[in-house]
Design a protein around this ligand. Structure first.
Ligand code: KIV
Length: 279
């Protein structure tokens, strides 16, 4: 069994130019498969709102939902670095709220780190959480919790003016003490500059190759989530089709009586059938 990685392993991997592969997970069996496959780390994203709960976005997701799923992932992957995702309004309100809620991921769900969205405007929250001794992953570019202000789920940094804002956010996250940065849906030309200027690991989701590793949402990676598929997603399976095929076959078998077969039942013990007359 591989040893659980720490943030120092991720620093070392960056130094060696070794890419980190991570994905989201929301439940124990998926987390266990990811650990068995050698995934470097797991994010219990607030994307669980859409991917698991059928919500229209991440804004309604609560601390309790995030903690519940983080605990499940930790049980499934006890030897993998797990990051809890801070949901909307769990950190924006004050530095004290940010520290208390970040701490809950460690105390109540055994997470190794937390992630929060935003750059310049949440720098004081990042500083407060890191000052409390907690490993923080920043998240900039397309930040779904504030997608209303961004005009929807849109790529960021495609003009010089917006690229400058993304870079300012990246520097603010690092200067506030964060241990790693996730860049989402940002032009790769800008990702390359961020990667060059920052000393902490820089990871991407939809931000191209020039960074220290890649994150994908598990429901996209497996082809389970069908509502929409961003351009940056590569599907490694099409489980939605496979699930529909299996469900349809099961329905057919139930209706025709082909299931359950003799191999799926618990017969009475030898000699007991003869005694049924006494029942
Ligand atoms: O919640 C999540 O899965 C995320 C990713 C979109 C980066 O924050």
């Amino acid at each position: 069994m591989a040893k659980k990685k720490t943030i120092f392993d991720f620093y070392e991997m960056k130094k060696r130019g070794e890419k980190v592969a991570w994905m989201t997970a929301y439940d124990a069996p998926t987390a266990a498969c990811a650990e068995a496959a050698g995934m470097d780390m797991l994010l219990v994203g607030d994307s669980l709102g859409m991917c698991v709960c059928g919500l229209p976005g991440t804004v309604p997701v609560t601390m309790e939902m995030c903690l519940h799923h983080t605990r499940a992932v930790r049980r499934g992957a006890p030897n993998t670095f797990v990051i809890g995702d801070m949901p909307f309004l769990s950190y924006q309100t004050s530095a004290a709220d940010a520290v208390l809620n970040a701490g809950r991921f460690l105390k109540e769900a055994d997470a190794d780190a937390i992630k929060l969205e935003g750059g310049v405007r949440v720098a004081d929250k990042i500083k407060a959480i890191t000052d409390a001794g907690i490993v923080v992953f920043g998240h900039i570019g397309l930040t779904p919790q504030s997608s209303g202000q961004l005009g929807g789920f849109k790529a960021q940094g495609r003009t010089l003016e917006t690229a400058r804002l993304v870079l300012q956010d990246a520097l603010a996250v690092q200067n506030a003490g964060a241990h790693a940065l996730l860049v989402e849906a940002v032009a790769p030309e800008v990702t390359a500059i961020i990667h060059e200027r920052l000393t902490i690991p820089v990871y991407g989701i939809g931000a191209g190759l020039p960074c220290d590793g890649q994150l994908l949402i598990v429901s996209d990676l497996l082809g389970v989530f069908e509502a929409f598929t961003p351009k940056f997603v590569k599907k490694y399976a099409n489980l939605a089709d496979e699930m529909k095929r299996a469900f349809a076959e099961y329905i057919k078998d139930v209706r025709s009586g082909a299931f359950p077969g003799p191999e799926h039942v618990y017969n009475m013990l030898p000699g007991e059938v003869e005694r049924l007359g006494d029942l």
